[in-house]
Design a protein around this ligand. Structure first.
Ligand code: ASP
Length: 434
């Protein structure tokens, strides 16, 4: 019997999870889901995160040493960062356009605002305190943070991804500069390790439909009460509408124009990573799958994917940036504050930086939003207004983040002549991997 394509398997798992979660709420067996189903979702995410650092190390070392030439690396680096920043600015500008046209903040009346502030004020204070820690630092601190003083220390936390990337690029450059003869055994070791890790991703993905089932069932059970959502519908529609325009319009169109690949090719290739991004709300946890899909199904050479994607997962967050722009203006609107053009341009700048600084984990974009609000003079306590609906929007913005990384990896690959044919031509028939 023909195996169902992976994205369908995952989608069915997600739907079944939502239905099961709703049934649990209705029939009152929430605790069962939390005790006996949710842990499998956590295990699934842990497995994905577990291989993120080894994957970055092995594939980036392999990728860079394959380049054999440092000038290629710097050309790729410049383009990657340049395109990442451009897509982010497009995303926030789109968000600001939408929120200024529809003005969702005007739908929230005084009474609802007070109610939401009372209910979520405490949660918001926690995020504000987290952001405080990041604020009181000098302008060059992010640069300093990129250079670890101990690589084993850096590799102990997935939050230090950029430090690990820095070390690995440095190491790869060293490998290019020594005689090939001496670099060969090191390269052979990492090439082999890389193959092993790619196989581990295949194995983990066999559990993906069950993993997403558990994640979504738990999510539904733990969702906060729905009654306050109505006032937030306008805001949520603005964020979701903007994100969907990016995911369904902007990225595939840019991809098509520059790489001449079709929409269906793109979505067939990347959809499993998108569905995982949605289920996990974390670009870091999705990274191993994004890398595999982009290399094996979208034809991006490993030398490019291993460089562009880990960097993208840490710094390129278009969905987060769009959300931060919309949320900042929405909060200002509900407080009756007008924001002139200068203030909105300021938001473009700070949201670009804040999205770069956001960690690739659930809810990180909201912590950095505090900084955007602070810079624009918008009351930070306003965070309480958007708390109730943040998780579903986080899921969607993570899809945008991952789709953007994949698109940019195709553009960069095309620009350096490393966009080839996918390894797995008819992958629907090829799953699960033998
Ligand atoms: N959850 C997002 C990500 O991992 C970050 C955020 O916007 O909160 O990409």
């Amino acid at each position: 019997m023909k195996k169902l394509a992976l994205h369908w398997q995952i989608l069915i798992g997600m739907l079944a999870g939502v239905i099961f979660g709703l049934a649990a709420v209705k029939l009152d067996f929430n605790q069962f889901v939390i005790d006996w189903i949710k842990p499998f979702g956590t295990i699934f995410i842990n497995l994905l995160k577990l291989i993120a650092i080894p994957l970055i190390v092995a594939s980036l070392i392999k990728g860079i040493s394959d380049l054999k030439d440092i000038s290629k690396l710097s050309a790729m680096g410049g383009r990657t960062i340049g395109i990442y920043i451009m897509t982010t600015v497009v995303a926030i500008s789109l968000g600001l356009l939408i929120v200024n046209i529809f003005k969702p903040g005007h739908l929230v009346n005084e009474e609802t605002r007070t109610e939401m502030m009372d209910k979520f004020g405490g949660d918001a204070a926690g995020k504000i305190a987290d952001a405080e820690k990041q604020k009181g630092q000098g302008p060059l601190q992010p640069l300093v943070d990129m250079v670890p003083d101990n690589i084993f220390g850096a590799a102990t936390s997935n939050g230090n991804m950029l430090q690990v990337i820095f070390f690995v690029i440095f190491f790869g450059v060293g490998m290019i500069l020594i005689p090939e003869e001496q670099a060969r055994p090191v390269k052979a070791f990492f090439d082999g390790t890389n193959e092993v890790i790619l196989k581990l991703i295949d194995l983990i993905m066999l559990g993906a439909p069950y993993g997403v089932f558990a994640l979504l069932a738990a999510l539904v059970v733990e969702l906060p009460s729905v009654d306050l959502f109505v006032a937030l519908l306008g805001y949520a529609a603005c964020v979701a509408g903007g994100l969907l325009l990016l995911i369904g319009g902007f990225y595939p169109t840019v991809m098509k124009i520059f790489t001449k690949r079709s929409y269906s090719f793109f979505f067939k290739g990347i959809s499993p990573a998108q569905l995982l991004a949605f289920s996990t709300s974390s670009s870091a946890a999705t990274l191993p799958v994004t890398m595999e899909r982009v290399e094996e199904h979208l034809g991006v050479d490993e030398e490019v994917a291993s460089f562009v994607l880990p960097i993208g997962a840490t710094i390129n967050m278009d969905g987060t940036a769009l959300y931060q722009g919309v949320a900042a203006v929405f909060i200002a609107q509900t407080f009756g504050m007008g924001l002139d053009l200068g203030a909105q341009l300021g938001i473009i700048l700070t949201a670009t930086l804040a999205s770069i600084g956001s960690a690739a984990v659930p809810g990180a974009g909201m912590v950095m939003l505090v900084i955007v609000l602070g810079q624009a003079g918008i009351p930070e306590v306003g965070l309480a207004l958007i708390f109730a609906i943040d998780r579903p929007l986080d899921m969607l913005r993570t899809v945008a983040n991952v789709t953007s990384d994949a698109t940019v990896s195709m553009l960069v690959a095309k620009s350096v002549g490393l966009l080839g044919e996918p390894e797995v031509k008819n992958w629907d028939d090829n799953y699960p991997p033998k």
